[in-house]
Design a protein around this ligand. Structure first.
Ligand code: CP
Ligand code: NVA
Length: 302
């Protein structure tokens, strides 16, 4: 049984297989209508979602399976009964647990106690399914991934961590431009950097935004992630030099601009860039669906 908890579980070949399968599913979804016929997954969310929830539900439907949404935003997971008992119950009825959680430990506990695959739909540390959809989008727009360069600009959060992990496996050079003290998780970075070496690419963390030059793709995300109650305006001063605006896009030389969404227009990205010719943010949102189909088909045992 395989899980997708961090993104470190997949080899380069497996990442490439998911990308290839997702592209086939995008082209001809009807051909996959019976892939998971009669199967079911629980979709458990401790935090809000538009894209991830919708696309997992539709992905299951398109594969012939059913998704049961469990709203855990009241903080119920582990309260009414233990996380282990939750996983043991759900494993009797479903074939997969898709979880968006505050703590990565919750996903690990679900995986350790349940008997079906667990897919990380965002945690404090990772957003692996997002990163795979992002690389699918970059591949569509640049034609290739290996040897390309991505500049992630802003807060070194869960999305940045996952772009490093998946990028390293796919041979992408990933540079994170983050204010000092806001870089990606150092342990995740170091582990991903070892993988990058094997695939002939480089990862780096840089504080100086004037060095954002000569990149193929630009990426940003919110400066304050879910679960952190810091008002955006409080961090605006340190993050503003990292805003993706027309000047930064021109300086970077990038051919496409990504954002996992939801966007805070006027903060990490301007309207001009979001709605401009290089923005691929809605392709990226669409690709969440195709990647989720491919991941569910790969991880749910037939
Ligand atoms: N990008 C992303 O995960 O969006 P949602 O929070 O709306 O699911
Ligand atoms: N870093 C963001 C991603 C949202 C999809 C968060 O965790 O809130």
């Amino acid at each position: 049984m395989r899980h997708l908890l961090t993104g470190f579980e997949f080899s380069q070949d497996e990442y490439l297989a998911v990308l290839e399968e997702a592209a086939a599913m995008k082209k001809d979804p009807a051909a996959f209508a019976d892939t998971l016929k009669g199967r079911a997954a629980a979709i458990m969310f401790e935090k809000p979602s538009l894209r991830t929830r919708t696309t997992f539900e539709i992905a299951l439907f398109r594969l012939g399976a059913h998704g049961v949404y469990l709203d855990l935003q009241g903080g119920d997971l582990g309260k009414r009964e233990s996380i282990g008992d939750y996983a043991r119950n759900l494993s009797r009825w479903t074939d997969c647990l898709v979880g968006r959680v505050f703590s990565q430990h919750t996903l690990e506990e679900l995986a350790a106690t349940g008997s079906v695959p667990v897919i990380n739909a965002l945690s404090d540390l990772y957003h692996p399914a997002q990163a795979i959809a992002d690389y699918m989008t970059i591949k569509e727009h640049l034609g290739t991934l290996e040897g390309t360069s991505l500049a992630y600009v802003g807060d070194g959060n869960n999305v940045a961590n996952s772009l490093l992990v998946a990028g390293a496996a796919l041979g992408v050079n990933v540079s994170c431009f983050c204010p000092l003290g806001h870089g990606p998780d150092i342990q995740i970075f170091n582990k991903a950097a070892e993988i990058a070496k094997k695939h002939g690419c480089k990862l780096e963390v840089v504080a100086d935004p004037s060095k954002i030059q000569g990149f193929d793709a630009l990426y940003t995300d919110t400066w304050v992630s879910m679960g952190d109650n810091t008002p955006l305006d409080q961090v605006k001063k340190i993050f503003m030099p990292y805003q993706i605006n027309d000047t930064l896009v021109a300086q970077s030389g990038a051919k496409c601009v990504l954002h996992c969404l939801p966007a805070h227009r006027g903060y990490e990205i301007t309207d001009e860039v979001m709605d401009g010719p290089l923005s691929v943010v809605f392709d990226e949102a669409e690709n969440r669906l195709h990647i989720h189909m491919a991941l569910l088909a790969m991880l749910i045992e037939k």
